[in-house]
Design a protein around this ligand. Structure first.
Ligand code: MSP
Length: 591
């Protein structure tokens, strides 16, 4: 069976046929080896409008993590970004599905096991558990945790390989080239250079991209006809200009496909790589770890049985670091096209965390232990820092001094202080101000009255915030969204400072006091709702302290609108007094 992709993508007009491929997970005919599905337009991958009613949850993925060493903060970042995207959809009332897991095969893991003189299975079992634990500790709301050593995954990979073989997409040949175990990547001559190790002074050959050492390999192995997909892929990219965010990275992908595409080695001799999934019908070869790993995204949706999965494929967003974009934006779509499966709808490629301007990485050893960072800062504070200071487009420096500064400014002096200022004083009663301003069925609220200019300006800010945040999230820009929410908090603090409700209250100007308190409380309530995907625990504690009902839908996206809630203001929890009782107590460390 040859791939239908090339023919179809030429035949269908841009924006033409309604996408049908994502219904495929329910398709009974897909069982038992048939992966044929109906044709679909090349724009289908990014069209949201068809999603309603198809029963498909919004599906977000993290990369699956190598288990050769323990996790670091860079790994946590991929998890947190994906989690924020998932939680955002949940906030909006959509069904959503988040997958994560561990990538356990390949040379890297095989060598790590050899070095530690343990069986690969033992290494994988132990380290996979650490990643699973990290997801728990960081409040990642993953719905599954896949391990590539799971039998169901092996079945999926074997099935996928058989489809590639059947379609004539794989051939056997002699391979000569460079292989980097650290990157689990083949490189051509043009992609490597001679370097001198700063530690030993010895020359070595390194990947230009990553700086990691490469080794020369000459072997017979299987190749995937990647170059056959150059034109269909370029057409797909052209039809889906937002497929990869940020656009600068997408341009690199397109350039690479246009100018550097080569067929891809997709197996290694088992004599060299034994820790992996054997090629079906040829156990002398082991499937290349990246082909194995990418398939995880469909294994968790039930491939190849589909009917028993979650029905989530295609993924709505693959979250990946920029170092692994090529695998996701070039190899993965080509492999999917080859077996006529739907392509992921979008890819979010994020920047790296640096330590003193160098990429945080296990091989360099300059890593921050994420468990230590969570203990030190608290999960939500760390999540806040990673999203606020991290960047999709650029790299960012990890620095404890900066975490302290940003947490003090944004969380203690910003959010925590504003909350104390509004719910703390006995000079007013927030629930009374809310009732008075919003009114009820019998009595219109006072909020419709003409407002003083300062209050009016602030009201406009609260009215605008939700759409602004939503626009950032639609662009897959959680950092922009979080900064927008924090800007509202900073502005609200200024508003409270300038309008001084304590002066108005002290001089008996009751209506003015209630007006100010109400609009400041509304900022907190709306911000608190919108902050839930970013800091799930602290945002809920904020809403508890503000007395926003825990009953659905009071904390949902629909209520993140000015005057949407007319009954809150009495704290749901015992809060007490003093800095240690505030939403963000003083940090245990001061460096
Ligand atoms: N196993 C592959 C992914 C296979 S997905 C089908 C892999 N694993 S990894 O453990 O090396 O990296 C996992 C994720 O962590 C990637 O998104 C990678 O970009 C991210 N990070 C690793 N180091 C990082 C930083 N220093 N900063 C930010 N993220 C980085 O690649």
């Amino acid at each position: 069976m040859k791939s239908q992709w090339g023919v179809l993508s030429r035949r269908l007009s841009i924006g033409g046929a309604r996408p049908t491929a994502h219904h495929g997970w329910r398709c009974q005919s897909c069982r038992g080896g048939q992966t044929r599905r109906k044709p679909f337009s090349t724009t289908a991958a990014v069209r949201d409008s068809d999603r309603d009613g198809d029963g498909k949850p919004y599906y977000v993925t993290t990369p699956i993590f190598y288990v050769n060493a323990a996790p670091h903060v860079g790994h946590l970042y991929s998890m947190v970004i994906a989690d924020v995207l998932k939680r955002w959809k949940v906030l909006k009332g959509e069904r959503s599905f988040l997958s994560t897991g561990t990538d356990e095969h390949g040379m890297k893991v095989q060598r790590a096991a050899e070095l530690q003189d343990v069986q690969p299975t033992a290494l994988c079992d132990a380290n996979s558990e650490i990643f699973r634990d990290l997801a728990r500790r960081a409040d990642i709301s993953n719905d599954c945790f896949i391990r590539t050593t799971d039998p169901a995954h092996r079945e999926a990979v074997e099935h996928f390989w058989a489809r590639l073989r059947e379609g004539g997409h794989i051939y056997e040949t002699k391979h000569e080239g460079w292989y980097c175990v650290g990157d689990e990547t083949f490189y051509s001559d043009k992609m490597v250079e001679k370097r001198v190790s700063p530690q030993t002074g010895k020359p070595f050959t390194a990947s230009i991209e990553t700086g990691n050492a490469v080794e020369w390999t000459e072997e017979r192995n299987y190749h995937f006809r990647l170059t056959a997909f150059r034109e269909p892929m370029l057409r797909f990219y052209a039809d889906n200009p937002n497929w990869v965010a940020p656009s600068s990275r997408f341009a690199e992908v397109i350039d690479w496909v246009s100018n550097h595409l080569e067929d891809l080695s997709v197996s290694r001799p088992a004599s060299r790589l034994s820790w992996g999934i054997p090629v079906p019908d040829d156990p002398s070869q082991t499937i290349y770890v990246w082909v194995d790993a990418l398939i995880n995204y469909i294994t968790v949706t039930g491939y190849p049985g589909w009917q028993q999965g979650t029905g989530a494929w295609p993924a709505d967003v693959h979250v990946v670091g920029k170092d692994i974009l090529r695998f996701h934006a070039v190899y993965w779509p080509a492999l999917l096209m080859a077996v006529d499966l739907a392509l992921p709808r979008r890819i979010l490629s994020h920047g790296h965390w640096l330590m003193e301007r160098q990429k945080m990485s296990k091989s360099t050893g300059n890593v921050v232990n994420p468990f230590g960072a969570i203990d030190r800062w608290d999960t939500d504070v760390l999540r806040y820092f990673l999203v606020y200071h991290g960047s999709v487009a650029n790299d960012a420096n990890y620095d404890n001094g900066l975490i302290l500064d940003l947490a003090k400014k944004g969380l203690q002096r910003g959010l925590g202080n504003l909350l104390n200022r509004i719910v703390g004083p006995k000079l007013w009663d927030v629930s009374y101000a809310v009732a008075k301003m919003t009114g009820d069925e019998d009595r219109p609220g006072l909020a419709f009255l003409r407002l003083p200019a300062s209050v009016d300006a602030h009201k406009a800010r609260v009215e605008a915030i939700t759409d602004k945040v939503q626009a950032h999230m639609d662009e897959l820009d959680p950092t922009g969204a979080l900064k927008e929410i924090m800007e509202l908090i900073f502005e609200t603090n200024k508003f409270v400072q300038e309008t001084s409700p304590w002066v108005a209250a002290g001089t008996g100007r009751k209506r003015e006091t209630d007006l100010i308190v109400f609009y400041a409380a509304e900022s907190l309530r709306v911000a608190g709702i919108l902050l839930q995907p970013f800091m799930p625990n602290k945002a809920n504690e904020l809403l508890d302290r503000l007395g926003v009902s825990r009953e659905t839908p009071r904390r949902s996206f629909a209520f993140a609108r000015l005057q949407a809630d007319n009954a809150y203001g009495k704290s749901l929890i015992e809060t007490g007094k003093g800095a240690w009782k505030s939403l963000f107590p003083p940090f245990k460390v001061s460096d």
